[in-house]
Design a protein around this ligand. Sequence first.
Ligand code: PLP
Length: 417
Amino acid sequence: SLTLATFDPELAAAVLREERRQEDHAELIASENYASPLVMAIQNTVFTNKYAEGYPGKRYYSGCEYVDVAERLAIERAKALFDCDYANVQPHAGAQANAAVFLALTHPGDTVMGMNLAQGGHLTHGNPSNFSGRHYKIVPYGLDPETGLIDYDEMERIALDTRPRMLIGGFSAYSRYKDWARMRSIADKAGAIFWVDMAHVAGLVAASEYPNPLPHAHVVTSTTHKTLRGPRGGIILAKGQDDGFYRKLDTAVFPGIQGGPLMHVIAAKAVAFKEALSPAFKSYQRQVVVNARAMAAVLQRRGYRIVSGGTDNHLMLIDLSNKPYTGKEADAALSAAYITANKNSVPNDPRSPFVTSGLRIGTPAVTTRGFGAAECEDLAGWLCDVLDALEAGSSEQVAGRIREQVVALCRRHPVYR
Ligand code: PLP
């Protein structure tokens, strides 16, 4: 029978090399994780063949009785996981979930307030190159330059001044709790809808390791593949709103911005949510936070600055603005040592987003492969060794030595046995 290796050797080789890369590198990109074999397996089923425009029980095609089972399970489990009464599991990704919220709840030209991308926000929260920045009048809020914490008083002042139609909570690079109740009260005072994009922390929220925004927000979106550890995808959730509000959200996803849903991915979301409802998932998320705090402590002991002075979640931002090298150079030096992080702007970064003066690191992936606090402390120490060497001009020799240690540690904790 035909295999990928015989039919398409070039592609098969790329898959094998990617498998090796994922096994042998310490993955510290805060938005990445390793999906379980079950989550991967169900995406490789006949569900991929089915057109199912519409929603369970109300499809535009016949033959949907079995994919309906998958979508209903995904919806019910999402509601149980996040303690809410509405879930749309069809968005193809986080950006699509966010586009649907804009379409459902705003009009082009409206004023929308989101976290400054340079200070931790996401592209879909109003970046000029994104649809959100092109079609809406965006007013950013950000951090207190002294503390690196969100400045809620300033947020309130801007909101009362500009009266946005929608206030966006949520972030891609903020290491502290967000005060959802305070943000809701600011939104109420300004007459704004409060939307939280919890993509980064959804897994922590599911495990009660991070404040759940659902009791406070009108609507919540998320990706399913970051801390939540499911397939690549998006979801929209809400609680305590009326049916008309939920209908608007459903209609915005389909037919608003999408056609046929990816039923194999929706089935995989159902599997991931079932995994996330287990006690093992709760201890996993607790360890993610313990590991992040352990790494932050080592970095600080070694003289590296963490924005806001530490972390309450799965990630942290290392501020390199007092160093003689850039975020981009730090990223490259770590890559050579098989430590994968990403360059990231820090508050008031004088450098462009392609160069930056910071690094973002996170612990969801290494925790999935079984690293505990001791392994994470070793890893943080090696990271500092590489950066110290970068400063001293000897990073190439040091990277070679660290790489061997990283590979040895990774091989003691295989991702997929
Ligand atoms: N929202 C936030 C807060 C994110 O960090 C991201 C991705 O990094 C997204 C949305 C977009 O998700 P996706 O890449 O699935 O479109």
